[in-house]
Design a protein around this ligand. Structure first.
Ligand code: IPD
Ligand code: CA
Ligand code: CA
Ligand code: CA
Length: 272
């Protein structure tokens, strides 16, 4: 019943984080420092840090007893990730997903927030502020984009699959080989540089499926529920639903329907 009372409050906080901490920097109206985390492809900015701090304080206050797991906080203190497997309700936050696009002035980035408990995601928010698009999902109540119900639907029979993929620097050779299974079917996957927006494309039926080779819950929790509630499905290479608590056989896929998920999961296993 927390969601019935407070879903709109969360939406307001997500919009405020973007309006106060992200968009002025994207528009170059505010101080904008870009730092390297682990290497040249792993960036962090004041927008990432300040938006996460704002969401961490306000979300924790909105739901007493909850904890927050955020990308930048986990970078500073890896042990804080363990809360995903704990008993308390947990807010999973990626303040800026697609930091590279953000830094280059591209509109393809978003803020991701999910509310989970015991490894189950109950609600999620995907907000692309530079496109003014907000997608929400509540378990059992559907997925919506700017208030309109999302139905992923099935791909037209006989047409090529449109598949996306993302693979960060630290993808292992074994996972790269597994992803190659997508190419062997002549699919030529594309990557947009924001995991959250890849999920949204699947939930809207713009993409048939997307494949990922890493587990960090802040990249996946929101989108997995969005795709599920739009009628889609997700499967690991071992043919099981992806678990945000970890221990999955990677890569995994999220697809607009169950049949497509099975087809793409099989391609991922062929590659490996
Ligand atoms: C990144 C994006 C991208 C993926 C990278 C992620 P970030 O998130 O989701 O699609 O390929 O591996 O790190 O760092 O911009 O939040
Ligand atoms: Ca990052
Ligand atoms: Ca991310
Ligand atoms: Ca991020």
């Amino acid at each position: 019943e927390f969601l019935a009372r407070h879903a709109l409050d969360v939406e307001e906080l997500v919009r405020k984080a973007a309006a106060q901490e992200i968009m002025p920097r994207w528009r170059r109206l505010a101080e904008h420092e870009v730092d390297l985390k682990t290497g040249p492809h792993d960036l962090v900015t004041d927008a990432d840090r300040n938006a996460e701090l704002y969401l961490t304080e306000t979300l924790a206050a909105l739901l007493p007893g909850s904890v927050v797991v955020g990308e930048e906080a986990v970078h500073a203190n890896p042990a804080s990730y363990g809360a995903i497997r704990g008993d308390a309700p947990v807010w999973i936050v990626d303040p800026v997903d697609g930091t590279r696009q953000f830094v280059h002035g591209d509109s393809g980035f978003c803020t991701l927030v999910a509310l989970a408990r015991g490894g189950v995601v109950h609600a999620s928010w995907t907000f692309a502020p530079a496109r003014d698009q907000l997608a929400t999902a509540v378990r059992g109540k559907g997925a919506h984009l700017d208030g309109e119900r999302l139905h992923a639907g099935s791909p037209e029979p006989g047409r090529d699959l449109r598949v996306a993929t993302s693979h960060p620097d630290f993808t292992t050779d074994e996972q790269k080989r597994a992803l190659l299974g997508l190419w062997t079917d002549g699919l030529a996957p594309r990557a947009c540089g924001s995991a959250g927006l890849e999920y949204l494309a699947v939930a809207r039926g713009e993409s048939d499926a997307t494949a990922f080779s890493w587990e960090a819950a802040w990249d996946h929790a929101a989108g997995l529920l969005l795709v599920e509630e739009a009628g889609g499905a997700h499967l690991t290479r071992a043919g099981e639903p992806f678990r945000i608590t970890g221990g999955n056989t990677l890569p995994f896929t999220a697809a607009r329907d169950g049949a497509t998920a099975r087809r793409v999961a099989a391609l991922l296993s062929d590659g490996a």
